[in-house]
Design a protein around this ligand. Structure first.
Ligand SMILES: Cc1ncc(COP(=O)(O)O)c(C=O)c1O
Length: 459
């Protein structure tokens, strides 16, 4: 067979020699790092030093090190924990995934660590292509950046420029959009902007309430009121289709369709913040899982992407000079982000019956069985696919905190989401195995029983 003419866009991992060399390096690193452990005393000292250096305590006394695998993270004292949070939803295939490590090694050895918008490399092109393959027919452009907040800042600028001189933006109650000065104002958590100046041009619409049959109507009425009161002053509305930090709240397609339809009628931008939902609902973008392609003008992604991006329609392509910046991403992040998307495509993770949707069902089944044994401890559940949460008991913050701490001591890393009620959230790797789920739910049950005794709550 004639040898194919390979180009810089072909994966270097297609070369057996390169893949073998990468494997060998990774193996040697893992063998070596497996031998390196801190004594319990030295470990604790390092954890305290991290806290002292950053000026605030860690949520968990945790310093990780090499040799994690799948949902198991290895700590620097040599112990392992089951990790169903993955750096707040960042690790698509968990810890130490061999294929992603090989991808990372080859990308790291290729040239520079970071790539800027001035000198994009093949990784930049491949990641942009991969994102746009999944964004639907209306979305034409992808602008890469480093963090979810940066992608959201770019989205805001693009939307405001297109709708100038409009100076207001609409968000949902309980929204979370990031930590910059402006995004702290879009985020519906006053504690996250304490002492910061605000300009009061962020308007709110209630998110869907499944307990209220008039919920959609009420949200529509409030959106309509905002639009009527400020004609020409509102640039767009930003939506999380599953609210992440706000508590994993979901809504039916019809709810979003009604609100997006009204935004379109009013001629304002529909912006979907998919930083946390990216990949987790069964498609790369939740607006595609929900079939809302026709409405979306601007999309932002992050976390599982290993970087971030703002995607937009042709009509929202900004004027030169508005969106720039030195960094587009690091070469390893771009290569691994692209590889994650390729594997999701090639290994059956996407779609209605894909492995992400099935993972959601497997988690749901385990919760149902736990709920049967502990009906008071396991309250309402919410989420989609690979983002799931439940309300423990009455969702009091002290109860949630006790569960997180006890679970950690028992070997399971979880995280809270939202308040009133405070939930326990799971952002597991998309390839979480049955064995890992079994082990995690065994620890969760033990934890709930211990907390019930400690806090005198009946199960
Ligand atoms: C929906 C949403 N938007 C934006 C952000 C901010 O992303 P980053 O922390 O990468 O800046 C987050 C982070 O949790 C998020 O969940």
């Amino acid at each position: 067979m004639a040898k194919r003419n390979l180009t810089p866009l072909d994966s270097l991992l297609d070369s057996d020699a390169i893949r073998d060399a990468a494997r060998q390096l990774i193996q040697e690193i893992q063998d070596e790092s497996a031998e390196r452990v801190l004594s319990p005393k030295a470990y604790l000292k390092c954890v305290r030093e991290v806290e002292r250096l950053r000026g605030r305590p860690l949520l968990y006394p945790m310093l990780t090190s090499g040799c994690g695998r799948g949902a198991r993270v290895r700590l620097s004292d040599g112990s392992t924990k089951l990790d169903l949070v993955g750096g707040i939803g960042v690790y698509a295939f968990g810890h130490g995934d061999p294929d992603l490590l090989e991808t990372a090694v080859v990308a790291a050895a290729s040239d520079v660590v970071y790539q800027g918008h001035l000198m994009p490399g093949p990784e930049y092109l491949k990641l942009s292509r991969a994102l746009l393959r999944h964004a639907g027919p209306r979305i034409k452009h992808a602008w890469l950046s480093l963090s979810g907040a940066m992608a959201n800042e770019n989205a805001l600028k693009i939307i405001f420029q297109k709708h100038a001189p409009a100076d207001h933006i609409i968000v949902f109650d309980r929204s979370f959009h990031g930590r910059t000065l402006k995004l702290a104002e879009l985020t519906d958590r006053p504690a996250f902007r304490e002492g910061l100046p605000t300009n009061g041009k962020v308007l709110h619409v209630p998110f869907y309430d499944p307990a209220d049959p008039d919920s959609t109507e009420k949200s529509l009425t409030i959106l309509d009121r905002h639009l009527r009161r400020r004609p020409g002053r509102i640039a767009g509305m930003c939506m999380e289709l599953v609210q992440g930090e706000g508590g994993f709240h979901t809504a039916p397609r019809e709810f979003f369709e009604a609100l997006m339809g009204l935004c379109k009628e009013a001629g304002i931008a529909v912006w979907v913040d998919e930083v946390q939902t990216f990949v987790r609902t069964g498609e790369l973008f939740a607006y595609r899982t929900l079939g809302l392609d026709d409405y979306v003008d601007v999309v932002t992604a992050g976390k599982l992407l290993q970087g971030s991006a703002t995607l937009f329609t042709k009509a929202y392509n900004p004027k030169p000079g508005l969106v720039a910046g030195t960094y587009a991403g690091n070469t390893v992040g771009m290569a691994v982000g692209t590889r994650i998307i390729e594997r999701l495509e090639g290994e059956g993770y996407l779609g209605d019956e894909g492995r992400i949707v099935l993972l959601g069902r497997r988690i749901e089944k385990r919760f149902l069985s736990l709920e049967k044994r502990m009906p008071r401890a396991v309250g309402p559940r919410s989420g989609m696919g690979a983002m799931q949460a439940f309300v423990p008991w009455n969702g009091a913050p002290a109860v949630t905190k006790a569960i997180l701490e006890t679970a950690f001591e028992n070997g399971l890393v979880l995280l809270s989401a939202g308040s009133e009620p405070a939930k326990i959230r799971l952002l597991p790797p998309v390839n979480t195995t049955d064995e890992e789920l079994e082990a995690a739910f065994t620890i969760l049950e033990k934890t709930l029983r211990e907390v019930s005794e400690k806090l005198e709550l009946s199960c």
